[in-house]
Design a protein around this ligand. Structure first.
Ligand code: DQA
Length: 141
């Protein structure tokens, strides 16, 4: 099984950025643990702060007849709440996409309550800290 984790803007700063909300562990460190936990799964990782680059990567990994990945775990960060372009991209992918958030966006500012991505994702996991990514992998399994 091959899974792609995609992180959007500002998630390169995990561990340093607002640790009260997002925790103090870097994603690279967490990813190492995930890979050890699921040795049977190839877990590729991509992060970009640029909307179009996220779309390029998603298309590359999940598009049409022969998708590279069995599933995609996507934390689009703030683009979740703004991006019709990501919505359109996900709806044309063959690979199932799970939307994840580290924080529980529904307990935060109102502008985080709406997601353009949820209607075109297979499911949504939010609010479990970095463990949200593991739960998404479990769902894809
Ligand atoms: C986030 C929640 C978003 O609202 C925010 O813009 C992020 C991170 C999360 O993982 O909790 O950058 O996606």
């Amino acid at each position: 099984m091959k899974i792609l984790i995609v992180n959007g803007p500002n998630l390169n700063l995990l561990g340093q950025r607002e640790p009260g909300i997002y925790g103090s562990e870097s994603f690279e460190n967490y990813l190492e643990q995930l890979r050890k936990r699921y040795p049977e799964i190839t877990i590729d990782y991509y992060q970009s702060n640029v909307e179009g680059e996220l779309i390029n990567k998603l298309q590359e990994g999940g598009f049409l007849a022969a998708p590279v990945y069995d599933g995609i775990v996507l934390n689009a960060g703030a683009y979740t709440h703004t991006s019709i372009a990501l919505h359109d991209c996900i709806r044309s992918l063959k690979s199932p996409v799970i939307e994840v958030h580290i924080s529980n966006v529904h307990t935060r500012e109102e502008f985080r309550h709406h997601s353009y991505l949820s209607p075109v994702c297979k499911g949504v996991i939010c609010g479990f800290g970095l463990d949200s990514y593991r739960l998404a992998i479990e769902a894809l399994k």
